[in-house]
Design a protein around this ligand. Structure first.
Ligand code: ADP
Length: 528
């Protein structure tokens, strides 16, 4: 069943009635007018797909009526009813923009067929235009996807809008807070012209109106913008808002023509293009914001690295001197100083020294200065040494440390200093985060061509949401204000980087309140 709407104009009531009956029976929505003027009024009040008009009418004839209605609805199809005597005028009418004619007298099916044919022809034409506009839109889309530079994007939008609608100028207004920034594509020097405030006003009106607008020079209700037509030297202007996904207004696109009015296909094209341009613009703006934030972050990160590097270097020398003197004094058998107090100084200076080492290691890793120094290593040695170094810490907390390494564990080719630091850090963390009387175990086994080491504890555990983050620099599960354990949150970040530098990997399994297991795997022989 047809659903289009048809306006019929004829001064003969019988013909009018007959046409109305035939077309209503076909399912069209039909309205009638007895004169050309009345038809024009109806067309101003509502939208019609097709005008069927008698050629000879008193007052405005069929051709004049068709032309006047087309001015209001450029997309309407006009079919003229003519007899043999007015055939010449009908042919002339076709030349002047009428779409088709029906010869009177006609049988009902002739009328139905002519109307259906005219509507179908129009539909195909529109479809054709839509398909044709898909090609530039497709190309445009590719460009939009490949550029995140706002200026390049704006230039593409302006160029395409201008080219595809055969316009003489295109203007793009981007909302910048309360204001609009204007971008132009035109052979005219629009930027310097007089009407800037009017142009901005037009952009504001379009964004508020939130729809496609069409303006023509000399139309009474558009008086306000008359100076704009003058200044831009155009007869027709169309504009549409650019709206972001969440309905937020990004700005407006305005296109102007000097000679011919815009076709209805131009409006379709501009609206589809405007929708895509708005998405691309929004993405480009977001990308720019992210880029700025990222640059800012990089600057801050660089400053932080510089600070760590300088601070660590500046602290290292005076600390080495303090430690040196304290050790000499502690070794002096003849000294009358309190040995217990000297030990406290030395122990704390060593802690400070290991923190500074962490800071320097981080700095070397960040600047890419950390290198592998490969040698043959007995893993059991490394583990025993780490246990020896942390023995006092574990003893103070009455913890038991178990070790299980197969006696025939092969020699490992890796960097001794890095492996020492990895094992030492994992072991001292296990001790630190395990309450009194807990159990720590170190196990090693072979997994093909890889050595696997697991350090387990019966400590406080790590909540699931923190497990990925503990390997980040400075991340600590406990809040720094209520923190019960020492450290600056660099140990695991360095451990992970060193394991990866040695071509291995590390992971953690944990249960809050029950304990944690840190496992790392290294190749027996790294590929060089
Ligand atoms: P630090 O120990 O200096 O804070 P790390 O980088 O060595 O820094 O560890 C980061 C965080 O991971 C620690 O602050 C702690 O919250 C958590 N963590 C590390 N090892 C363990 C462990 N064995 N048991 C529980 N939590 C741990």
């Amino acid at each position: 069943m047809a659903h289009e709407s048809i306006l019929i104009a004829d001064d003969e009531p019988d013909v009018l009635d007959l046409c109305q009956r035939i077309l209503t029976a076909e399912g069209y929505r039909v309205e009638i007018a007895r004169t050309g003027r009345e038809a024009l009024e109806r067309a101003r009040e509502s939208f019609f797909d097709l005008l069927l008009t008698d050629i000879k009418m008193p007052g405005m004839n069929g051709l004049e009526t068709a032309q006047a209605v087309k001015e209001t609805h450029p997309g309407i199809i006009c079919v003229i009813m003519t007899g043999y005597s007015t055939m010449d005028t009908a042919i002339e009418a076709l030349r002047l923009g009428v779409d088709d004619f029906v010869l009177k007298p006609f049988a009902p099916e002739d009328l139905s067929m002519s109307v259906a044919k005219a509507l179908e022809k129009d539909r195909l034409q529109k479809e054709n235009i839509r398909l044709r506009s898909l090609i530039p839109l497709f190309e445009f889309n590719k460009t939009l996807l490949s550029t995140v530079d706002v200026d390049t994007l704006l230039q593409h939008v302006l160029e395409l809008a201008n080219k595809e609608t055969q316009a003489d100028l295109a203007l793009l207004f981007l909302s910048e807070g309360e204001e609009f920034g204007e971008h132009t594509y035109s052979p005219l020097t629009v930027q310097d012209s007089q009407s800037q405030s009017l142009r901005i006003e037009l952009a504001g009106w379009i964004t508020q109106h939130q729809g496609y607008v069409s303006l023509q020079r000399g139309k009474p209700f558009q008086n306000h913008f008359e100076a704009l037509f003058e200044d831009l030297d155009v007869e027709y202007l169309v504009g549409l808002p650019l709206t972001a996904k969440e309905g937020q207004s990004l700005g407006a696109l305005v296109v102007g023509k000097r000679a011919e009015p815009f076709a209805s296909s131009d409006s379709e094209f501009l609206q589809v293009m405007g929708g895509q341009a708005a998405i691309a613009l929004e993405n480009a703006r977001l990308f720019q914001e992210i880029q700025q934030a990222y640059d800012e972050l990089r600057k801050l990160d660089h400053m932080k690295s510089e600070f760590i590097n300088i601070a660590a270097h500046e602290l290292r020398t005076p600390l080495a001197i303090l430690l040196g003197y304290a050790s000499v004094m502690a070794e002096d058998e003849t000294t009358s100083l309190d040995r217990g107090r000297l030990d406290v100084i030395i122990r704390n200076a060593m802690r400070l020294s290991s923190l500074i080492d962490d800071m320097l290691n981080l700095s070397y890793l960040e600047t890419g200065q950390a290198k592998l120094d490969i040698e043959e290593i007995d893993l059991a040695d490394v583990i025993q040494e780490a246990i020896l170094d942390t023995r006092n810490m574990a003893r103070e907390k009455s913890q038991v440390i178990d070790v299980a390494i197969p006696a025939d564990f092969p020699i490992l080719l890796t960097d001794r200093n890095k492996l020492d630091l990895i094992v030492m850090n994992l072991l001292s963390n296990a001790i630190k985060y395990t309450p009194e009387g807990g159990r720590i175990s170190l196990k090693a086994w072979l997994n093909g061509e890889r050595a696997t080491v697991a350090v387990s504890d019966t400590g406080i555990g790590i909540p699931p949401e923190a497990r990925d983050k503990i390997f980040d620099r400075f991340y600590q599960v406990e809040d720094s204000l209520t923190r019960q354990h020492g450290g600056i949150g660099l140990g695991l970040a360095i451990v992970k980087s060193f394991v990866e530098l040695c071509q291995g990997q590390i992971w953690v399994e944990s249960e809050v309140g029950k304990g944690s297991t840190f496992t790392f795997e290294l190749p027996l022989r790294p590929s060089l």
